[in-house]
Design a binder for this molecule. Structure first.
Ligand SMILES: *[C@@H]1O[C@H](CO)[C@@H](O)[C@H](O)[C@H]1NC(C)=O
Ligand SMILES: *[C@@H]1O[C@H](CO)[C@@H](O)[C@H](O)[C@H]1NC(C)=O
Ligand SMILES: *[C@@H]1O[C@H](CO)[C@@H](O)[C@H](O)[C@H]1NC(C)=O
Ligand SMILES: *[C@@H]1O[C@H](CO)[C@@H](O)[C@H](O)[C@H]1NC(C)=O
Ligand SMILES: *[C@@H]1O[C@H](CO)[C@@H](O)[C@H](O)[C@H]1NC(C)=O
Ligand SMILES: *[C@@H]1O[C@H](CO)[C@@H](O)[C@H](O)[C@H]1NC(C)=O
Ligand SMILES: *[C@@H]1O[C@H](CO)[C@@H](O)[C@H](O)[C@H]1NC(C)=O
Length: 225
């Protein structure tokens, strides 16, 4: 598709041409590539749109930390946002302890380069959105000390790179999904101080990387497998 846009496309067919010609054609092509490739601009737009949706679902921002999230500032420079230098895609959302009150938008699942989410110690309520399971690069998910309710999304088991999963001090209910046992890179799994019920799934015993497992202050029953 990129090549088709190149105006001298036909000249590519007119081999052999002088070496100089070839060099010129190739440098023109790579220049176009440079211009077009960050034209995963589609991806960039999706990231910006997802962040705008994230902001939209926050009803109360008493410290005005999201006022920098406006059109006169590139989204990579919005407070709490980190982007990859090369591709300008969002890699981290870090908004700890800002007294933000609202729900976590399901659009977060469209930030496909995200590796780090920290929303600890705010007032997020509602459920943890299932589309978070689409974040295949996610390594840190820290949502502790909020008011999240409902179940731990089974879909989290698709975030296969997860190292830290911190959901302590919320209002989560239901059972610990046995599917979390497939998260083979988990180092810290913190679920303490929720209203979780049922037993500790034996599948968690398969996570050999696990160094910290904290589930106190719930309504769990049974034995530690
Ligand atoms: C946009 O963000 C910048 C940087 O924080 C701020 O100075 C400016 O007032 C904001 N604009 C609006 C319209 O909020
Ligand atoms: C939680 O956030 C509030 C408000 O920003 C702050 O005063 C408090 O120290 C934070 N608590 C912890 C444990 O970080
Ligand atoms: C992003 O995510 C939302 C909700 O999960 C979805 O409805 C939407 O179509 C997705 N795609 C884009 C390109 O925003
Ligand atoms: C759950 O995660 C899978 C795999 O990433 C994704 O395809 C699916 O859309 C997610 N489900 C929901 C309800 O978002
Ligand atoms: C948990 O839910 C109960 C019942 O809905 C509510 O009274 C309580 O304030 C909630 N606690 C937190 C930390 O969200
Ligand atoms: C969670 O447990 C606490 C204390 O055990 C209780 O006060 C609260 O109502 C429970 N919340 C829900 C949503 O069940
Ligand atoms: C642990 O992993 C092994 C090998 O993949 C599997 O056969 C077994 O069923 C797993 N155990 C649990 C309790 O999930």
């Amino acid at each position: 598709m990129k090549l088709r846009k190149y105006p001298n496309d036909s000249s590519c067919a007119s081999w052999p041409v002088s070496d100089l010609h070839v060099i010129i054609i190739f440098s023109a092509l790579s220049l176009m590539q440079l211009i077009i490739t960050p034209g995963s601009a589609l991806g960039n737009d999706t990231d910006k749109f997802a962040l705008m949706k994230f902001k939209e679902s926050i009803a109360n921002d008493p410290h005005g930390v999201l006022t920098s999230w406006n059109d006169s500032v590139h989204f990579c420079n919005w407070l709490g946002i980190t982007c990859g230098k090369r591709h300008q895609r969002v890699t981290a959302v870090d908004l700890e302890s800002y007294e933000l009150r609202g729900t976590l938008s399901p659009y977060i699942g469209n930030l496909s380069f995200l590796r780090f989410i920290n929303l600890e110690n705010n007032s997020f309520f509602g459920e943890i959105p299932q589309p978070i399971g689409r974040l295949s690069r996610l390594q840190h998910l820290t949502l502790g000390s909020n008011m999240f309710k409902g179940k731990i999304p089974v879909n989290l088991s698709y975030c296969s790179k997860l190292r830290n999963l911190e959901l302590g001090k919320n209002n989560l209910t239901g059972m610990i999904p046995l599917e979390l046992g497939s998260l083979g890179k988990i180092v810290q799994l913190v679920l303490q101080q929720n209203n979780l019920t049922g037993g500790i799934p034996p599948s968690l015993g398969n996570i050999s990387s696990l160094a910290l497992f904290s589930v106190g202050y719930n309504n769990l029953v049974g034995t530690v497998p």
